[in-house]
Design a protein around this ligand. Structure first.
Ligand code: SF4
Length: 443
């Protein structure tokens, strides 16, 4: 049996797809790149912006036509288009009668249940789901082994989000936050390390809140230290932090444990208090500045990444320029920039007209992108002539060179005939650009 897995969206989706792919392989399925050759097509969807949702609907329409010609084709829909709430999911089932399986985000049981062929047939849907859930829990560890030779892996630790940023659809689709038990996370990381993974990224919408819902903890600082001590793991990263929840304990764990990379992903979203208030982010620009000072006092070398949304309803030119000013002041090591996209069900969609014209959103986005490129062109110059410890992740076959990253998440390319996949090697930096560095072996 052949399967085709189409994945868009965030690292959470990537982790869910990695897990499902591993389970399908264990169940005897083989992957195929061309969906037309597949017996089972799975769409892992994202709805964080309208564009992503439109792509999912376009694939669904295509599959509906295919199914008419090939009634035996099985189709599974997963991710945030399905969501965790029964109401919208029931509506979706009504709209998409040609889809066979609906998998809420990070819950693969509706499909995994059917992959246990003998049992699946004989049991009811609920029993299949229960078997699936049990299988899922045990599976995350088992399937970790089938990483396809990857050197890095994403590991969800907090699922869902209980915050209520007014523009964000995630709480409506992934539900409230809940932490995975530490033992389960560590078992998965050990299995990943056993399969050759050398770096893990711990994931959560607000990863700093890990363990707050688990009686007696551990918290994220504890979990980071434990993961960093797993044999075979050379590097640990984590995202996404929130300005109100990134504690000194977490920063101290990063400072104390060399395997935890000094990379802090903490979205500001805007540089103006009025916009932040309407976003219900829960902090002010000055509060955010104090956080940056706190990070830099404990981790002077840290790479700080942030997210910004331009064109939020009501954003004036002056408020936008405040955002630009904050970016130029902090000089982030990486930014994820996006135009505001009105999402259904959100507070902003219900209360604020989407009044910044699309061409103006585009202009503001360009301004920030150009500013970030100039900042990185300048800040990356400091790496020229230095030697960086690069974890080799992949081979760039087109240019016959290795690709890897430094602890500060700089992308580095360098030529070397040796088999270096999964190793940390010293590389002398010979060229710097805004988004990558070039180098040569230094040892
Ligand atoms: S913190 Fe805000 S932006 Fe992030 S997932 Fe939660 S609601 Fe969405």
């Amino acid at each position: 049996m052949k399967y085709h897995l189409w994945t868009i969206g965030c690292q959470m989706n990537e982790a869910d797809s990695r897990h499902l792919a591993a389970r399908l392989r264990q169940a005897g399925y083989t992957a195929c790149d061309d969906a037309r050759d597949a017996d089972l097509v799975i769409l892992n969807t994202c709805v964080v912006r309208q564009q992503a949702e439109d792509r999912a609907w376009a694939r669904l329409r295509e599959l509906e036509a295919w199914k008419k010609r090939r009634p035996g084709l099985r189709i599974a829909l997963m991710g945030c288009l399905v969501g965790t709430r029964s109401g919208p999911a029931a509506r979706l089932r009504g709209q998409l009668a040609f889809v066979d399986y609906f998998l809420p985000p990070s819950d693969l049981s509706p499909l995994i249940g059917t992959l246990l062929p003998d049992e699946a047939e004989a049991r009811s849907a609920d029993e299949r789901d229960r078997i699936g859930r049990d299988a899922v829990r045990d599976d995350r560890t088992a399937s970790a082994a089938a990483t396809g030779g990857a050197v890095t892996a994403n590991v969800p630790v907090v699922l869902g989000c209980s915050h209520a940023c007014t523009y964000c659809i995630i709480p409506y689709r992934r539900g409230g936050e809940h932490s995975r038990p530490a033992a389960e996370v560590l078992a998965e990381v050990r299995a990943l390390a056993g399969a050759g993974v050398r770096e893990v990224m711990l994931l959560g919408q607000i990863v700093d809140r890990y363990g707050l819902d688990l009686p007696g903890g551990p918290d994220l600082a504890d979990l980071l230290r434990s993961v960093a001590r797993v044999d075979g793991i050379l590097r640990v990263r984590f995202l996404t932090s929130h300005p109100n929840h990134l504690t000194d304990r977490i920063l101290d764990a990063v400072a104390a444990e060399p395997r935890i990379c000094p990379q802090i992903e903490v979205p500001a979203q805007a540089g103006n208090d009025g916009v932040l208030a309407r976003m219900k982010r829960g902090y002010t620009v000055d509060g955010y500045r104090r956080l940056i000072d706190r990070i830099r006092s404990r981790l002077p070398e840290a790479a700080i990444h942030s997210d910004f949304i331009v064109g939020f309803p009501g954003e004036t030119e002056a408020q936008f320029l405040d955002t630009l000013r904050l970016m130029e002041e902090v000089r982030f090591d990486k930014t994820h920039l996006a135009r505001y996209s009105e999402r259904p069900e959100t507070f902003a969609a219900r209360r604020y007209p989407d009044d910044v014209p699309p061409e103006e959103k585009e202009r503001r986005l360009q301004v920030l992108e150009n500013a970030q490129r100039a900042i990185l062109t300048d800040t990356n110059r400091r790496f020229l002539g230095t030697t960086a410890e690069v974890l080799v992740e992949d081979r760039d076959t087109k240019r016959d060179r290795w690709r890897g990253r430094t602890p500060l998440n700089r992308l580095v390319f360098f030529p070397d005939p040796r088999p270096l996949l999964g190793r940390v090697v010293p590389v002398r930096i010979t060229w710097t650009g805004p988004f990558s560095l070039l180098g040569e072996p230094a040892g």
